[in-house]
Every structure is written in structure tokens, then in C-alpha cells.
Write a protein that binds this ligand. Structure first.
Ligand SMILES: [Mg+2]
Length: 327
């Protein structure tokens, strides 16, 4: 069977941190669609590339919406398969470790309620579909060719990126993530901060002259939150045509020391802590650094520029009053 026009496509990630079996989840997807008068098409994908392929097929078939059933990584994988400006609407069934997108947009927690609320937005019964900005990270492949990756939430560089890479690169820390969930990222950051020096980096925003800083961390947010704990870009909205940058200068432990403040939305501004906005950022590490973090997973090691893509993604927004959607 193939995807039909106006289908609601569900991409199931069986590796996400949820306890539902694919068969149970598939039954929920079909039930929620049937209740709302839609046809569900459910596909289980094992890798990000398979999820991106499914998104591409759904777009080409003229599906009405595509739901990522998993964590933010599943949404990111789908995003890679959608062309900028695709009319297909993105939805989420939050079943991952952190579910930052669901947190930012106030989605219901249970799969059935989340799907029902987003289908109501699709049908204009309650909520709406909105055109949102996405970010794009540019990098160079080992063979010299140019590659790019889109992001929905946030990219980061420095300490947070080192913490994410540390989890992926260590079986012990991966196990900790499965057991502890989101706090495992903080513990990984503590481990990475110990004894580390700042990373010298050159930055240029919107074509201005480049400047060099010793950076502990950069977060580049389409949205506000790093995980669901840390509000690092408090004024970020995904509809303003700009990305929000937090720059923390100094040794990595300084970024760690700010986390209790970011936890409660009290991030101080002043020497060494700066929030800025941009549409185009050029970035050049002046010493070896960990690969970037993009939507919760390690990104390319050699990224050199980041762009905003204004109003590039149609998304299902049952609570358009959420701060990140400009409400
Ligand atoms: Mg923005």
C-alpha cells in the first residue's frame, strides 16, 4: 500500500525512549485518525535516513500531515526529508527522552490526546497550522563537497555539544541517558567541563566584521529551551525570521555555573554572557572543538555557517498562544 493524497502519515521510531510497542502505537494512530475522519498511514523506521525518506515520500504523495512518533531526533530526521516550503504539516507524538518541541508548543502528553489536538489544529477546529522558521547548518564533507542540515529547535557549539557527543560516544553515558533521561546530559556536561579550556572562535553576524572570542558555549535557538530545563534564549520565537544566539565566554565551567539561573529563566546579561539575533552567522573554530549539536544529536564537525529559513515549515499548532510561537 502506498501513501495517498491527504493521508496522515505517522513515522514510528522504535528506538525512542518510550515503552509503547509499535503495534500499540499504530493502533492509537489509526483510532485517533478514524475519530477525526482521516486516513492514517503508519511506517516504522529504524534509522534517521529511513525517516527522512518516509517524509520525502509523504511530501511527494501529497499527504496532509506527517507525525514524528519519538523524540526531537525523530522530528529532526523528518525535517531533513521535507523541502523548504512543503505544504505538508508536521506533527509530533512525544515519546522521546526530552520532547523539547512538545514542551515548547504545549502539546498534550499522551499519544491519543496529542494526535487528537493536532488533527483539530489541521482541521481548524481548535488551534491552527502555522508557517515556522527553521535553521540550516552548512558544513563541508571530507571530500570537500558542501552539505547542510536543517534544525527545528536549536544548534549548539562548545560545552553542550561536547556533552551530547560524550553521551553518543560512551556506552556508560548512553546507559545513564536510558535510566536517568534528561539529567544524563547535565552529568555529561559536568564531566566534559572538568579541566577544559575555552575554545577560541571567530564569529561574523549578518555580514559584519568577524570578531574572535574565547567561548565556553554558543546556543543558536529557533526556540527558547536547551532541553526542557534551561531557558537559554528567552526571547526566541520560531516566527520572527531570526535566530537567537547565546554566547558564553570563558572556560566551559562558566557555562555550567550559569545553568541554575537558566533553569529558572534568570540568565544574567553582562560581561561574558550575551544574547544576540541574526539571520546569517559565519563561524570558524580556531582550535579543535567537538562537533556541533543539532536538535539533540551530534552534527557535523566542520560547520562553517548557519542561516535562518523564514517560514519554511508548516506545523500543527494546537496551542498557538505558546511563547515560542509568538503568542
Ligand atoms: Mg526566531
Amino acid at each position: 500500500m502506498q501513501i495517498q493524497p491527504n493521508d496522515i502519515v505517522f513515522v514510528l521510531n522504535p528506538n525512542a525512549g518510550n515503552t509503547l510497542r509499535p503495534r500499540q502505537l499504530s493502533a492509537i494512530c489509526h483510532a485517533a485518525c478514524s475519530q477525526a475522519g482521516h486516513n492514517a498511514y503508519v511506517v516504522t523506521t529504524r534509522t534517521p535516513a529511513e525517516a527522512a525518506d518516509a517524509a520525502c515520500l509523504a511530501h511527494e504523495a501529497g499527504a496532509a500531515a506527517i507525525f514524528g512518533c519519538g523524540g526531537d531526533g525523530t522530528l529532526s530526521a523528518i525535517l531533513q526529508g521535507l523541502p523548504n516550503g512543503s505544504p505538508i504539516a508536521l506533527g509530533a507524538v512525544p515519546l522521546g527522552t526530552a520532547n523539547v518541541w512538545a514542551y515548547e508548543t504545549n502539546l498534550p502528553n499522551t499519544p491519543l490526546a496529542a494526535i487528537a489536538a493536532q488533527l483539530a489544529a489541521l482541521d481548524g477546529v481548535h488551534g491552527e497550522t502555522m508557517w515556522l522558521d527553521t535553521g540550516r547548518v552548512w558544513s563541508t564533507n571530507p571530500d570537500g563537497s558542501v552539505a547542510s542540515q536543517r534544525f527545528l529547535l536549536m544548534a549548539s557549539w562548545g560545552l553542550d555539544a561536547a556533552a551530547v557527543s560524550g553521551i553518543v560516544g560512551s556506552e556508560r553515558r548512553s546507559r545513564m541517558k536510558r535510566v536517568l533521561g534528561e539529567p544524563a546530559y547535565f552529568l555529561s556536561a559536568v564531566r566534559e567541563a572538568l579541566g577544559r579550556r575555552a575554545w577560541p572562535i571567530s564569529l561574523s553576524l549578518d555580514g559584519a566584521a568577524p570578531f574572535t572570542v574565547d567561548a565556553a558555549m554558543l546556543t543558536i535557538g529557533n526556540t527558547r529551551m536547551l532541553g526542557t530545563w534551561l531557558e537559554v534564549n528567552p526571547r526566541a520565537t520560531a516566527i520572527d525570521g531570526e535566530l537567537d544566539l547565546l554566547l558564553v565566554e570563558g572556560a566551559p565551567w562558566r557555562a555550567l555555573a550559569l545553568s541554575p539561573f537558566a533553569r529558572y529563566g534568570w540568565l544574567p546579561q553582562g560581561p561574558g554572557v550575551t544574547n544576540m539575533r541574526f539571520r546569517h552567522l559565519e563561524i570558524a573554530p580556531l582550535r579543535d572543538a567537538p562537533p556541533m549539536q543539532i536538535d539533540g544529536d551530534p552534527g557535523p564537525a566542520t560547520s562553517y555557517a548557519i542561516d535562518i529559513e523564514p517560514q519554511a515549515l508548516r506545523a500543527l499548532c494546537p496551542a498557538p498562544t505558546s511563547e515560542v510561537l509568538g503568542g
